[in-house]
Design a protein around this ligand. Structure first.
Ligand SMILES: [Zn+2]
Length: 88
């Protein structure tokens, strides 16, 4: 499937982002409103609004996100890309 990658600004560090969700094969997945995103610059957790721009999550959304394996996987992936984790 082909689609345009929406570019948006991180609500924390204000870097311009293209979102980073991937499917099991490593292909990018288009975001939907309400999906979580992790900033590749500051690792900030944010939520896609209806227009797919990013906003900071509510307290409840943060609790929800940190229980989701795909969000944890994404945080690890971002940390790896930034060289913060050592792979053995
Ligand atoms: Zn950021």
């Amino acid at each position: 499937m082909k689609f345009d990658i929406p570019r948006t600004e991180c609500p924390y560090c204000h870097e311009t982002l293209s979102w980073a969700m991937r499917d099991a094969k490593g292909d990018p997945i288009p975001p939907r409103p309400g999906d979580f995103a992790i900033c590749t610059y500051c690792e900030g957790l944010s939520v896609h609004k209806r227009d797919l721009a990013l906003r900071k999550p509510t307290k409840n959304e943060r609790f929800e996100a940190f229980g989701m394996p795909e969000v944890i996987d994404l945080q690890i992936e971002v940390a790896n890309e930034r060289g913060l984790l050592q792979s053995n």
